[in-house]
Design a protein around this ligand. Sequence first.
Ligand code: IPE
Ligand code: IPE
Ligand code: MG
Length: 228
Amino acid sequence: MSLPRHVAIIMDGNGRWAEAHGLPRYRGHLAGHGAIREAVQGALDAGVDWLTLFAFSTENWRRPSSEVQALFDLFESVLREETPELVEQGVRIHIIGERGDLPATLREAIDTAERISAGQSRLHLVGALNYGGRQEIVQAAARLAARGEPIDETSLRSALYLPEMPDPDLIVRTSGELRLSNFFLWQSAYSEIWVTETLWPDFTKEEFAHAIRAYQSRQRRFGGVPQG
Ligand code: IPE
Ligand code: IPE
Ligand code: MG
């Protein structure tokens, strides 16, 4: 089968990685920075058009505020440190989710990353930050209803955070959990799912390539019958 156009990753297992190394949870998040670089490199090497990284869910506010703050600090420094090199590599950055609730300095880093990468198109890198699949659908429907527009599949899709983004062909989750955790509920209707036991900080570009090979051995049917 052909290359997936869009790969989305649920980056999970930072806390367990930290625990396994006798470190506080936030150190696991810090260690996840390297895995983000690996995933982006894997996507560039493979030549996929879109890569989404699920970084913070609308439910992750339930964590201790010190951990939430550590995550926001990390996202800000990843954006500030990585964006110039990403732009050089032809990467366009998009952030989806409820931005208004994020700290002002993080919102600034997001705006800057989106602005200075806006001319790139080799790889679209989507960060899902304060993102919830249910919230996205409800908000899209509410927006259409407020405008008095009909609600159908086409109009609802056009009211999602990033209408031009194709549905993910492949969703990868690290750390062995077999659930979506409110990620891409609309977009995952026919996504292939691949789960690895690897904890996020240990994820590599080689494992990204492995996930793509696994995807290529699948048969997608979209409700039809197997193709000859
Ligand atoms: C993923 O790692 C990072 C976020 C969800 C923000 P976790 O922090 O969920 O790690 P585990 O699941 O506790 O190991
Ligand atoms: C999903 O991981 C969210 C992100 C990776 C950002 P969680 O660790 O929050 O998921 P649950 O709570 O185990 O379902
Ligand atoms: Mg987790």
